[in-house]
Design a protein around this ligand. Sequence first.
Ligand SMILES: C[S@@+](CC[C@H](N)C(=O)[O-])C[C@H]1O[C@@H](n2cnc3c(N)ncnc32)[C@H](O)[C@@H]1O
Length: 257
Amino acid sequence: MDTEKEQEKEIYTNAWNKFKEQKDGSLFSLTRYQKVNEREYRSDHDNACLLNLHKGKYKIVSRGIPMMKHSLDIIIQEQLLWELKPQTIFEFGCYSGASALWLSDTMKRYEVETHLYTLDLDTSLVSPLAKNNKNITVIEDDVANVAKIFPEEMLKNLPHPWFISEDCHFHVMKTLEHFHKFMQQGDYIVVDDTNPNCPTFTDDGYVLEGKWGRAKLDIVHEFLKKHEDYYRIDSYYVDMFGYNGTMNWDGFIKRIK
Ligand SMILES: C[S@@+](CC[C@H](N)C(=O)[O-])C[C@H]1O[C@@H](n2cnc3c(N)ncnc32)[C@H](O)[C@@H]1O
């Protein structure tokens, strides 16, 4: 092998070894799972960076359908889905159905059999690709009726681990409390858009005001403090791209018992 090729090989071998050290270090870190009072109210991502990330957020499509996911959260969730390998996924807020399809497609790519339930007040925008997918059940209802839509008889029979994505921003505490009764150790709940610095407008003019950001983060913290024995914030994921380097500040939550 000539010197140039040897140097090249060394770079990638070092990267591979470093990856293994770093990944193991963080995944098995004793401080990975944190309580609310161990978290700082901040992010390494400043507002200018957020605004740019939001520009891209509203351009992202999955199978050609618009998906309202922050680019870094797509990667973080993809990593978490691989680690968790959920058998059941619940999504609150389907919008176009793109995120449901993306979640379902990701599990298919991972060769894990998963069924996904996605709920929205109005499913008229949901793509037929999601509506006709045998691994996806699209439900049209108001999340205010969460206990009726997902009754005990149904939830106690759905296989774990569960991945729950809260992305409709309404009745968040009601949803968290209802699922708390049925979640098991190892399940995850991902609460989207808890970042209090979420821009009010993108410079493309999208309105981003709503019941998320600070208000949503407060709800998540209240829930986590109330059920402190049961849940931890997974810092491996929330801090993967810098401290709270996500739209979901403190929003990747693991059930620990
Ligand atoms: C942020 S979008 C969901 C984005 C989608 N998960 C994605 O990643 O592309 C929020 C959705 O919540 C729905 N929504 C708002 N209020 C709701 C309610 N009370 N019950 C159910 N869905 C609701 C809206 O219709 C909207 O489609």
